[in-house]
Design a protein around this ligand. Structure first.
Ligand SMILES: [Zn+2]
Length: 434
């Protein structure tokens, strides 16, 4: 196995140093001029990392890989290739596949496909309810005990809206240290909803999606979690009110974590005025005041995690009129750049903060051991090298995803993932799949 000597990388944006990746671990950190003799006996590749930042391999809590069932949109192979190119070494694959990942058999299939693809570790998310139907609990324990070792359970795409089912799920996962990741969307308040509810939805004639539909579920679930003493993770927080509810729950010491998505940190509902369904997403793009509150919440730790909600759709599901189009947008290959643009370049977060929110915290919440850093000798060599100084124009056609529904096409974004290492093996080198 090739060893890598990374020369002059700035770990978490600090002073430049060298990292030796050998036998799957970070063997040493420091200056290595004198010890090249020892490593010359092995297959050693030297990487000039001057100007590059080293971060622990990113971990996504919220990825849609679409396999099994929608291999026209994405496969485990193509989605994890996109993940590696975005700097990820582990992703959680959401359960809304066909069939739904609600049994040990399906989660083990997804987990195995991830191992075969080899681009990054795939941690399947198990469905909370059978078939995402919201009627009875899936076999959560069997999925936890399976080879896939599921710890995150979610009906994402749908909300577990029944309070009794949600309570039972929260109680059940305590036995194996699991967490329920809720897609907070009160179904009756969002029937036929197309975009954020406000003046603009009225003017555009699109059915509004009120902030309260998200906030009411988050508030209820925080209370339920506190009541049963379990663990709740809130998916894709999108409103200022939701940030405030999570902040309050944390102040009370409740075991609640939350994620925000790159698109909700950058884009606003004004884009719906284009009627271009590329901007149609669930939950919807919100107002600039919501964007501001999400950034503040992410900066102060109220929002624990940036998660992509990478949601590939084939063109026939997106290139149609707004009302008929599918919800969702790509995210894996652009997430780090958007976090740099919105959080780092704006002075809200340093690179250590980025590593916490895009690697350490998601690994902790998902109980993904061996990911999330720290970048120290003896740790697994899951590392991303990132160049924050370049700027690039996003080209949809260059994506490794099978789908093309990126809202950032033609947009100039900062930064580029140069290399990604999974347990010391390069999955990306020179910005390309290795
Ligand atoms: Zn969702």
């Amino acid at each position: 196995m090739t060893s890598y000597l990374i020369k002059g990388a700035a770990i978490l944006g600090g002073e430049p140093t060298d990292l030796l990746l050998q036998d799957g671990v970070i063997a040493e950190i420091g200056g290595f001029e004198a010890r090249s003799a020892r490593t010359s006996t092995t297959d050693l590749e030297v990487i000039d990392a001057a100007g590059l930042i080293a971060l622990p391999g990113l971990v996504d809590l919220h990825t849609h890989l679409r396999e099994p069932g929608r291999e026209d949109a994405e496969t485990v192979e193509s989605g994890t290739a996109a993940a590696a190119l975005g700097g990820y070494t582990a992703v959680h694959a959401m359960a809304n596949t066909e069939p739904v990942a609600d049994t040990a058999g399906v989660v083990e299939q997804v987990w195995r496909l991830g191992r075969e693809a080899g681009h990054c570790d795939v941690r399947p998310v198990g469905a909370v309810t059978v078939g995402l139907a919201g009627e009875r609990l899936a076999e959560l324990g069997a999925m936890a005990d399976s080879a896939a070792q599921v710890r995150v359970f979610s009906d994402d795409g749908k909300c577990v809206s029944d309070a009794v089912l949600m309570r039972r799920a929260l109680e059940y996962v305590k036995a194996f240290d699991g967490v329920i990741a809720q897609h907070a969307q009160e179904p009756r308040l969002t029937e036929g909803a197309q975009m954020n509810e406000g003046d603009l939805s009225g003017r555009l004639g699109l059915t509004g999606w009120p902030a309260v539909a998200e906030e009411a579920i988050i508030a209820r679930d925080c209370l339920l979690t506190a009541h049963v003493g379990s663990r709740l993770h809130v998916c894709h927080v999108s409103t200022a009110g939701s940030v405030e509810i999570v902040r309050d729950a944390k102040r009370k010491g409740w075991n609640v974590t939350a994620e925000a998505c790159p698109h909700h940190l950058l884009l606003t509902d004004e884009l719906a005025a284009t009627y271009d369904p590329i901007y149609k997403v669930n939950p919807p793009l919100r107002t600039s005041a919501d964007v501001e509150a999400l950034r503040e919440g992410l900066a102060d730790g109220t929002i624990d995690v940036v998660a992509t909600d990478h949601a590939p759709h084939p063109h026939e599901d997106k290139d149609c009129e707004w009302a008929a189009a599918a919800f969702g947008m790509l995210g894996l290959e652009t997430a780090l750049s958007i976090v740099q643009e919105t959080m780092v370049d704006s002075g809200l977060l340093d690179w250590a903060g980025v590593a916490e929110r895009m690697s350490s915290a998601p690994a902790r919440i998902g109980r993904v051991h061996d990911h999330g850093g720290p970048l120290e000798a003896g740790q697994p060599a899951n590392v991303v090298l990132y160049d924050p100084s370049v700027r690039r124009v996003v080209e949809a056609s260059e994506s490794a995803s099978l789908s093309r529904n990126t809202p950032y096409a033609g947009m100039e974004l900062p930064g580029q993932v140069v290399a990604t290492f999974l347990r010391g093996r390069a999955t990306v080198l020179d910005g390309k799949l290795a």
